[in-house]
Design a protein around this ligand. Sequence first.
Ligand SMILES: [Zn+2]
Length: 484
Amino acid sequence: MASRSESQESGVNEDLDSENIVKADEPVGNLSKYYALPPDFSGAPKKGHLMFDACFESGNLGRVDYITEFEYDLFIRPDTCNPRFRVWFNFTVENTAPYQRVIFNVVNFSKTKSLYREGMTPLVKSTSRPNWQRIPAKNCFYYRCPDHRKNYVLSFAFAFDNDTDVYQFAYCFPYTYSRLQTFLEGLDKRNMECYKRELLCLTIQQRRVDLLTVTSPENMKDDLKKRVIFITARIHPGETPSSYVCQGVIDFLVSSHPVAKVLRDYLVFKIVPMLNPDGVVLGNYRCSLMGFDLNRHWQEPSPWAHPTLVACKNHLMQLDEDENVHLDFYIDIHAHSTMMNGFMYGNIYDEEERFERQAVYPRLLCANAEDFSMSNTSFNKDAVKAGTGRRFLGSCLDPKTHCYTLEVSFFSYNTAVSQGMSPYTEEGYFKLGRNVARTFLDYYKLNSLVVPTKKNALKSSQRKDSNGDGKQRMSGRSDYSGKL
Ligand SMILES: [Zn+2]
């Protein structure tokens, strides 16, 4: 495990250029069906006068400057009430001319360190090609630009090949609040006994913060002893991969996969899949409606400014105090804008045994998930992180509770097998989620907390039969990786 400076953890103001922190000319609203016209043009827009729009859920584009008919400067709209964060963009372009070629320059990023340096490129889809694709790396350039106060600029060339299409460009695969609600409504309709959805609280703008419980029906009863794993995601609204990973966890846990069944029999999963719905809808990168980075306010959240944190924290504290509950894990899922792979951050504890115990789960996950990196995983206790969920909860929950931040790259992972970069797809993020879930079986097996028991021995013998080779296999990879 590398010892890393805290500046590498997602969520640090690592590279906010001082010159870059506040600019009076930053846009404050999203563009709404805005035609970028030549300065001397008057009259109705013609074909090829590009129309930009970001007035939709999770949209973000604040301003477009027409440079020539071939080139446009694009300005990210800063987070609401917090002009320091300008990373997430998500907008549409239409009214293109046949085979029109353009260069877009994104000129006001608030970060300089970026995976664009490592070959990441923006995503695009269009009406006739509705699956997201990465723009080819040969068409993208990330460089310090003398024309923009030496800011780092991302330039990309693009050819519009169908003049009736609407094209959408985004920093990463979008995952909106509405998409989550649709996904959860789909689960509701299945009427599964192992799944419960509750309203944890409402946001300032009156959106739902959902609390899901996944476990066997017997474990839903209040007065039983239970082991609880608590997972949260999307406290940072622009970190869309965290929602894909979280959905991967949920999909696996409610499935008929034999590992999922065992996990539900012995564990209770509590999941808050979106901690900052307002920020997600607004198209922010890091902040809430009121401009707060919620992952710096766990210590003393206020009911009026951080209601989702208050509700989540209260629920966690109730679990911690409940003598029938062992709160074994708290995992908060994020996405990382400068590092590759999936990896974790944990805490540094004075007790050696606790510190060692904490390293077990990441090691097991590393064995199960080819994209998870143990060398990127690190433990720290930097002061600047004191307000994060992982740090705060690690200091106040029972010492037996493991608290982690799970990070996944916005871009890519390296594998020993491929010996090169494998850019993440939506499916790649889902898969990491499935691996996160099934690794709990390995963890509890190792700690002899789940197996062997009478009930479980029965299950494994049933699976032994289905393997047909007479061998009992309970641990993850060799048995189930093919199905994952
Ligand atoms: Zn984050």
